[in-house]
Ligand binder design. Structure first.
Ligand SMILES: [Zn+2]
Length: 547
């Protein structure tokens, strides 16, 4: 089996915050790293989403052309994801020419196959600004849940897809005026046609999380509507029809096609190489995303893949995360509520953030990041349970055995501990297979705690205990491998301290053996404690300096 892993393409209009990182990009990276260690063929595909009203609105606010705004933030995001050790196989852009070509082909094929319908509809129109108001150009109250501000295409409160005319108290976000409704021609994806096939397919996806599967199924059961996939906008992939001058394809139609165009880019544009991932039956297509993206990935995108009828695989698994909050509230740029990745990178090592975010990953319910939580995870778990165990065992080997791994005489306690190592590889591996990343991390943490207990019971400071130190080194090496999907930089440092060759990320998902007689490097502490109160102050002072 091969694994094609994607994370939702981030809009290229901002500096991402911790919630953006935790909401798909980091877990997809962690999962891919596990797959690679497990010896599986895997690629991780992403890129920036450069179309739609999120881009045009931000461009206007920053007084840049959409093109320059995209250039600016593509650079910033590429750099930040690297600093958090996100290892994409390809990170593309949806404004590149091959993506335009592929999106055009998708549209034309769906049209030719009778899945796209031309219709006249009414859309909100700003008389002052003299333009139609798609998507984020209008805001109002959600008719389903009462959330405000809901956008013209989706409600952030309940996740439902909306039409602008459904919004109550609709306002133009450009002029603040109440828009009039005016007739305009658009092209619709005929989703009802796919209902039966989608329903059967969704019902058979029993390995999905119930919240994701039920959310998608309830959409189908309530009756799918034809969805407009074109917009009156001047930024996007042009609709490839002579009568559609000035209209572009909806960003949510072109964005998932970006997964395919980015895969092709990885192979220098060779479509047949990309198809080995997209069309071969021995590949699982796995999408990581936030719950607001579930309807697009579980309904619209599969319909597109079915509709072009070119043998594309449907998603095997859709991981739709709940939301990460900051101090109990939504991240908000306008209120400066949250922590942004440039700030996070300036404050603490990437591994502290990666560890904490996975340990509180919102897999089944919303999660909350607070400095207290960060302190607890970094101090009690990373530093005390993991870092201290490793450091104690390695410094004892330095002081008692000159840094050389001693020859053991394996007693029952030692054998039991070595067995626990194997059992953890097996258990954490199974949890990864079930997409329970948080569970896999907990399993590794339990092993480290067991190691501490073993070390304390064996008390190698009381008498020479070469066996306990030998076993501890095996545990150190195991932790280095087990933790490498989560905290790759620290794992690699530990790997080198243990005089192991190459990269820990390219070893295998099994207990490594550090032979007796191996000369270890002098250990340095892997982590240090943080003070949550000081962390908040450091962030404030960083913001002060930046103005
Ligand atoms: Zn709503």
């Amino acid at each position: 089996m091969k694994y094609l892993v994607t994370s939702a393409l981030p809009y290229v209009n901002n500096v991402p915050h911790l919630g953006n990182l935790a909401g798909s990009i980091l877990p997809a990276d962690v999962y891919t790293r596990y797959r690679r260690l497990n010896g599986d063929k895997v690629i991780y595909i992403c890129g920036t989403d450069e179309h739609g009203t999120p881009i045009t609105i931000s461009a206007k606010n920053e007084r840049l052309s959409p093109r320059l705004l995209c250039d600016k933030y593509h650079g910033i995001q590429t750099d930040l994801f690297e600093r958090f050790h996100i290892k994409f196989d390809n990170f593309s852009r949806t404004t590149r020419k091959p993506h335009y070509e592929l999106t055009t082909q998708f549209f034309e094929k769906l049209l030719a196959n009778g899945h796209i319908i031309e219709k006249v509809m009414t859309m909100p129109y700003d008389q002052k600004a003299e333009l139609f108001l798609p998507d984020r150009y209008v805001e109002g109250t959600c008719p389903h849940c009462g959330y405000s501000p809901a956008r013209g295409d989706q409600c952030d409160g309940c996740g439902k897809l909306l039409l602008p005319e459904e919004l109550k108290n609709i306002k133009s976000t450009i002029s603040g005026e109440t828009p009039i409704f005016k007739k305009t021609t658009h092209w619709f994806l005929d989703l009802p046609k796919f209902s039966d096939r989608l329903k059967g397919w969704l019902e058979s996806q029993t390995h999905w999380r119930p919240n994701v599967r039920n959310f998608a199924l309830s959409w189908v059961k309530h009756g799918l509507k034809q969805r407009a996939i074109t917009r009156d906008l001047d930024w996007g992939v042009p609709v490839p029809l002579p009568q559609a001058a000035g209209k572009v394809i909806y960003v949510w139609f072109d964005a998932p096609i970006g997964y395919i165009s980015s895969t092709r880019e990885l192979y220098g544009g060779d479509a047949s190489k990309a198809d080995e991932w997209w069309k071969s039956k021995d590949t699982q297509l796995i999408h990581f995303l936030g719950k607001d993206n579930v309807p697009f990935h579980a309904i619209v995108w599969p319909s597109m893949l079915l509709g072009v009828d070119e043998g594309y695989n449907l998603p095997h698994y859709i991981e739709g995360y709940e939301y990460l909050k900051f101090n109990g509230k939504k991240f908000s740029k306008s209120l400066n509520h949250g922590i942004w990745l440039d700030e996070a990178a300036a404050l603490y090592p990437a591994d502290y953030w990666r560890y904490t975010l996975i340990s509180i990953l919102p897999q089944t319910k919303d999660a909350d990041f607070s400095w207290q939580e960060f302190g607890k995870r970094v101090n009690d778990e990373l530093n005390d349970a993991i870092g201290n165990f490793v450091h104690r065992s390695l410094t004892f080997i330095q002081s008692k055995f000159g840094g050389k791994v001693p020859e053991p005489e394996l007693d029952d306690a030692a054998k039991e501990m070595l067995k626990s190592i194997d059992a953890t590889f097996e258990e954490a591996g199974k949890l990864f297979e079930a997409f329970d990343l948080k569970g896999a991390l907990n399993s590794v943490l339990r092993l480290a705690k067991k190691g501490n207990q073993y070390f304390n019971e064996q008390a190698p400071w009381k008498k020479d205990n070469p066996t306990a130190l030998y076993v501890s080194v095996q545990l150190d090496a195991a932790l280095s491998v087990l933790l490498s999907p989560f905290i790759p930089a620290s794992s690699q440092r530990l790997w080198q301290t243990l005089s192991q060759k190459g990269s820990v990320s390219s070893t295998s998902w099994s207990a490594p053996k550090v032979a007796a007689g191996t000369n270890l490097q002098k250990p340095r502490p892997l982590f240090s404690k943080i003070n949550p109160k000081e962390a908040a102050e450091r962030l404030a002072s960083l913001r002060g300096k930046r103005g």
